[in-house]
Write a protein that binds this ligand. Structure first.
Ligand SMILES: [Zn+2]
Length: 125
């Protein structure tokens, strides 16, 4: 039978075959390290989604302003839950921005659309 090793310190484990750690110290060290390792993965996931969102908005907003069917960009992997900041205009419409590219969801009849705009200097005031 193959002897088992501790997941934290890699020492050979004695006793019960369902043991995964030498003791509680190794167990907590292992879980602590695991939580540290997983943090960058979440960061990278968000980062990748923001990059993809920006790329898609940039592609469909070459003129600085555009309106398109929501499916057009959703099909490409655009995720409206990932944005960097927002801007509210005088009418109270809240545009969400992915860096310099903004979008606003609008319903026309039964069609969902996105209005795309570009960040302007006056918006930061
Ligand atoms: Zn150990």
């Amino acid at each position: 039978m193959k002897s088992k090793i501790c997941l934290a310190c890699e020492k050979e484990l004695q006793g019960r075959s369902d043991k995964r750690f030498c003791d509680v110290h190794c167990k907590s060290a292992y879980h602590y390290k695991k939580s540290i390792d997983e943090a960058p993965r979440f960061y990278n996931k968000v980062d990748n989604q923001l990059r993809l969102n920006r790329k898609i908005l940039k592609y469909y907003n070459k003129a600085g302003k555009a309106t398109l069917r929501a499916e057009t960009i959703l099909e490409l992997g655009f995720d409206p839950n990932f944005f960097t900041h927002y801007w509210k205009n005088k009418k109270g419409d809240v545009y969400l921005f992915v860096y310099e590219y903004g979008f606003l969801k609008r319903r026309e009849g039964n069609k969902e659309k996105y209005v795309l705009i570009k960040w302007q200097d006056y918006m930061s005031k």
